[in-house]
Unconditional design. Structure first.
Length: 276
């Protein structure tokens, strides 16, 4: 490419030059992570953090050591969902992730800031650097499955995660609207560029089930996840309902106690190591 700057850290092209070198970062000495799953979406507000939390909690419930790396630096919500109020600890050499009631390990920018309400007003490269340090400078202990809560879109941070971390698969989060095709297409294209398999799609806010009669109502339109999965050749998908009880548990910091029945189809795929 004539316009190539030879700085692959800022480029998503799968060219020959990229294939000759790796930008993967090493974990801190003594840390251990076996599998890394990125939870992504082409737009914000679809529930990536909720899906990340539910998947990690479900894997922990199944007897695996799970962890969450909160890569949404400017909009972190993971600590609050788990009821975490303390700061993380550390040494001169590394940070120690905070552990939840069930043993799930978490690292987020809100565990470092003096005041969690303070905005993070950083430029892209600084944010990307912080995410990389959450991988290299944190003592992750015997993690079987790490879930990375990604910021929306396909900007600096997703690119940094895909290039720097050994991502084993992607879970795409969407909602039942006309935009679903575009959202999934963007995520699929980026996964293809980075040569990372898509494990499944989760449609959040898929329906509301009446507690009285049991009938399902499509509040935000008819479900499109099966159609999208078929169009893009993705074999596995899950539908999460609009449930005030789930929202109340998340607000109360008890997301790890939410039932995993709705997210189970994707958890099964991750556990079995399947791809599309």
């Amino acid at each position: 490419m004539s316009e190539c700057t030879h700085d692959c850290s800022t480029c998503g092209e799968a060219c020959a030059s990229r294939e000759q070198e790796s930008f993967k970062k090493e974990l801190h000495k003594g840390a251990s992570v076996k599998k890394v799953i990125a939870v992504v979406s082409g737009k914000g507000g679809v529930g990536k953090s909720l899906v990340t939390s539910l998947l990690a909690s479900e894997m922990q419930r199944r007897g695996h050591n799970a962890a969450i790396l909160d890569a949404d630096i400017t909009g972190p919500s993971i600590p609050k969902s788990f009821g975490i109020t303390q700061h993380c600890l550390g040494t001169d050499e590394y940070l120690i992730p905070v552990t939840t009631h069930t043993g799930l390990q978490i690292m987020s920018i809100n565990l470092i800031l003096q005041d969690e309400r303070e905005p993070v007003v950083w430029r892209g490269p600084v944010i990307a650097g912080a995410v990389t340090q959450f991988w290299t400078d944190v003592m992750w202990q015997d993690v079987d499955y790490m879930f990375v809560d990604m910021p929306p879109g396909t900007g600096d941070v997703p690119l940094t995660v895909f290039q720097s971390l050994p991502v084993d698969g992607i879970v795409i989060v969407t909602t039942p609207q006309d935009l679903v095709g575009m959202i999934v297409a963007k995520a699929m294209k980026m996964a293809e560029m980075m040569n990372i398999p898509v494990l499944g799609i989760v449609e959040n806010m898929s329906y509301f089930k009446c507690p009285g009669c049991g009938r399902e109502y499509a509040i935000f339109g008819e479900s499109r996840v099966a159609e999208a999965a078929k169009e893009f050749g993705i074999a596995h998908y899950a539908r999460l309902p609009i449930d005030p009880a789930i929202a109340a548990m998340v607000d109360a910091g008890e997301v790890e106690h939410v039932s995993g029945e709705h997210i189970a189809p994707i958890a099964d795929v991750i556990e079995k190591g399947e791809t599309k």
